[in-house]
Design a protein around this ligand. Structure first.
Ligand SMILES: [Zn+2]
Length: 117
């Protein structure tokens, strides 16, 4: 791998920071099912029993659900990247197996594929 240890450490701390932020944001709208794997379930908030309350609950829930899905996807990318760092396979394109350029990783440390793919 072309990435030196110091750079790798920097990328890793960026990923850990990102993981923390994502978990914090997810925690507001979802419950962790499996934190290790970044698996969350959107919480359904009970506001009340009348018709308006129920409509608001459903609106809120579907909004949270789409936010939750996108945060969860990001979190899983971050967790995968961290796992790859541990395994020593970090920085390779998942599609063509070429090295992902460092400049790209520094902007987006959880990138899975190179720019061409
Ligand atoms: Zn590629």
């Amino acid at each position: 791998m072309a990435i030196d240890q110091k750079t790798l450490d920097e990328l890793k701390s960026m990923l850990l920071k990102e993981k923390e932020d994502l978990e914090k944001n997810l925690g507001r709208i979802a419950k962790p099912i499996n934190k290790e794997e970044g698996d969350y379930e959107t919480s359904f908030e009970e506001l009340g029993d009348d018709k308006d309350d129920n409509a608001t609950e459903v609106d809120q829930y579907s909004q949270n659900l789409s936010v939750e899905n996108s945060l969860e996807k990001q979190l899983q990318n971050v967790l995968d990247a961290l796992e790859k760092i541990d395994k020593g396979t970090y920085g390779k394109c998942e599609n063509c197996d070429k090295d992902i350029p460092l400049e790209r990783l520094q902007v987006n440390p959880s990138a899975r594929v190179c720019l061409d793919c």
